[in-house]
Design a protein. Structure first.
Length: 205
């Protein structure tokens, strides 16, 4: 599906007259955040804002205490309940501004209340790995996202992006490749199991 068609659909969601939430889901390195940022940029800040799931990563100190630091990115390394609560607040439209957390890759930590979402912005673009997972606390996401797109580029493209990202944020090339094809790939299999629940599968290029 061409990017122009995706933009037109996002614009239509923003024009319904009420708050809508569009979810972008896919494996690590699929290009979810890039697509979300491009859509939001083209729609403009009066119509759309991006709220990533990654803001709900547990802090590293918590992961270390739980013995999950080496599996960072797995479903049980996120505050799924916190994310569900955020989406409920965003859908309700009862608050003038909702402040969401964001994930800072340069420090590999979430930062709270960093993303303001004004009530008058009609479209929230939320992107992350587990929007279609229906196990444990993730099952509460059912019905909170109006439309979900599964972002799926060619696997060699996704792997290349992922390795390059890990290198850019401090891993040596061998460690980056090992993480991308190990921990990240295990998570990708979990994510792919929800693909059939997506409203559409997209490769914006």
């Amino acid at each position: 599906m061409a990017y122009e068609e995706l933009l037109a659909r996002a614009r239509a969601l923003a024009g319904t007259g009420q708050r809508r939430i569009l979810g972008l889901v896919g494996a690590p390195g699929a290009g979810k955040s890039t697509l979300a940022a491009r859509l939001a940029g083209d729609l403009g800040p009066r119509l759309a804002v991006v709220v990533p799931l990654d803001g709900y990563h547990y802090a590293n100190v918590v992961l270390e205490a739980l013995g999950r630091r080496e599996r960072k990115g797995a479903p049980d390394t996120f505050d799924a309940g916190g994310y569900v609560s955020l989406l409920r607040r965003l859908r309700s439209g009862e608050e003038d501004v909702v402040h969401a957390p964001e994930f800072r890759r340069e420090i590999e930590e979430p930062v709270g209340s960093a993303l303001p979402v004004p009530r008058e912005v009609p479209l929230v673009l939320t992107e992350g790995n587990y929007l279609l997972l229906r196990e444990g606390p993730w099952a509460a996401l059912e019905g909170l996202i109006d439309e979900t797109w599964y972002v799926q580029p060619a696997e060699e493209v996704r792997h290349g992006r992922l390795i390059a990202r890990h290198v850019a944020f401090g891993k040596d090339p061998a460690a980056a490749r090992a993480w991308a094809l190990g921990s990240d790939e295990a998570n990708a299999a979990v994510i792919a199991a929800g693909r059939d629940r997506a409203d559409r599968v997209v490769d914006p290029g």
